[in-house]
Write a protein that binds this ligand. Structure first.
Ligand code: GLY
Length: 373
């Protein structure tokens, strides 16, 4: 029997459960069967995840007499492209999926974003279930209905809000992640503490190392707390007209760094968010929003967790130019009326949105930080 916690995303008839715990994949059939209109689903995953987890999911569905097909994609961000999207849609249509069928996204953020977007448009909109296998996907991307592919102009610029019908976050699967990927996902866990829950941040300072080392109970608690936090925000502001933007703490800087490093292994998304959150605290202090002692506290916990915390920690930082990083920021989805929008902090656990930050202040901060590289 798998023990799990349930978090509800309260969106009326589009509301859904996020179930968090160890061993959920093996019992996925029990959780999924009540949603299906016919005993059939299509699993979409990538080659890496398929090698580790596809058979378990298939067996779990078979135990409940659910038939399935699987589409196995090449791994990597490249799949979140027009070409990857076309390939997936054609593969699904070739399987003769029906509008009332469910897709199951088994994988990390790339698979979840791509399958969610395909589900939002295939046959004018189908249901889908998220079975996130990375920490980043379990605490962030699988929850809340943001789906997208990338454009040559930037990441996630073509997409839709399309909520899943269920999220099954099996924290036991995190054991199979490469340590660097696990740590990168942990940056998104830290984000929840920093943006809105000082107690949780203090809890992470105490328990983060044990959680990263593999403690299943702590992982369940952390993932469930993050999901509960996100569920509250999404229920209040599904389409990011207000509070949801706070979930982008660290992302304006982070996306600029990812763009500058070519969205490559030089800097994983969560690593960019880690550096970006520390920079957001530095910028907040420079603007007088919070004390100067907070950024070093944030940097210390990120560094203790094995994450890059300073601009100087990013591979190739010496070659970065502040003006180029600023240009990347201007392509951010958060730009409003041509102005950059930053998520800043008044305290640990109290983030605020600001759209009146002068570009010169940001450029000066980046120049100072790069001088230390
Ligand atoms: N990842 C941020 C959001 O879902 O709003």
């Amino acid at each position: 029997m798998s023990l799990h916690q349930t978090v509800r995303v309260d969106l009326d008839d589009r509301g859904y459960d996020i179930r968090v715990g160890g061993g959920l994949l093996e019992r996925a059939g029990e959780h999924i069967a009540p949603l299906l209109r016919r005993p059939f689903a299509v699993i979409v995953t990538d080659q890496h995840v398929a090698a580790r987890h596809l058979d378990t999911l298939k067996r779990a569905l078979a135990l409940k007499n659910i038939g399935c097909e699987a589409v196995i994609l090449p791994p990597g961000e490249k799949q979140k492209s027009y070409a990857g999207f076309e390939q997936l849609c054609e593969a699904l249509l070739a399987l003769k999926i029906e509008r009332r069928d469910h897709l199951i996204a088994l994988g990390g953020g790339v698979v979840g974003d791509l399958v969610g977007f395909a589900a939002s448009v295939l046959r004018r909109g189908m249901d889908f279930i998220q079975v996130p296998t990375s920490l980043l996907a379990q605490v962030d991307s699988s929850v809340g209905g943001k789906t997208a592919i990338n454009s040559r102009q930037g990441k996630n610029l073509i997409g839709a809000f399309h909520q899943p019908r269920l999220v099954l976050a099996d924290v036991a699967l995190l054991d199979t992640l490469p340590p660097r990927e696990l740590r990168a996902g942990y940056a998104e866990v830290v984000k929840y503490g920093l943006l809105g829950d000082a107690d949780f941040y203090a809890w992470l300072e105490q328990n983060g190392a044990k959680l990263l080392a593999g403690d299943l109970g702590l992982r369940t608690e952390a993932v469930a707390r993050c999901c509960a936090h996100k569920a509250r925000i999404v229920a209040a502001d599904e389409r990011e007209e207000g509070e949801r933007a706070l979930l982008n703490l660290g992302h304006t800087f982070g996306h600029a760094l990812e763009a500058e490093t070519g969205y490559s292994q030089r800097l994983l998304h969560g690593e960019g968010v880690a550096v970006g959150m520390a920079l957001a605290f530095r910028l907040s202090a420079a603007l007088g929003l919070c004390g100067h002692e907070l950024a070093p506290r944030v940097e210390a916990h990120l560094a203790d967790s094995g994450l890059p915390a300073k601009l100087a920690d990013v591979d190739g930082a010496r070659a970065f130019a502040p003006s180029v990083l600023l240009e990347h920021m201007k392509q951010d989805k958060k730009v409003r009326d041509g102005k950059l929008v930053f998520i800043l902090a008044e305290a640990i656990g109290r983030a605020v949105q600001k759209n009146d930050v002068l570009p010169q202040v940001v450029e000066t901060l980046l120049a100072e930080q790069l001088a230390a590289a």
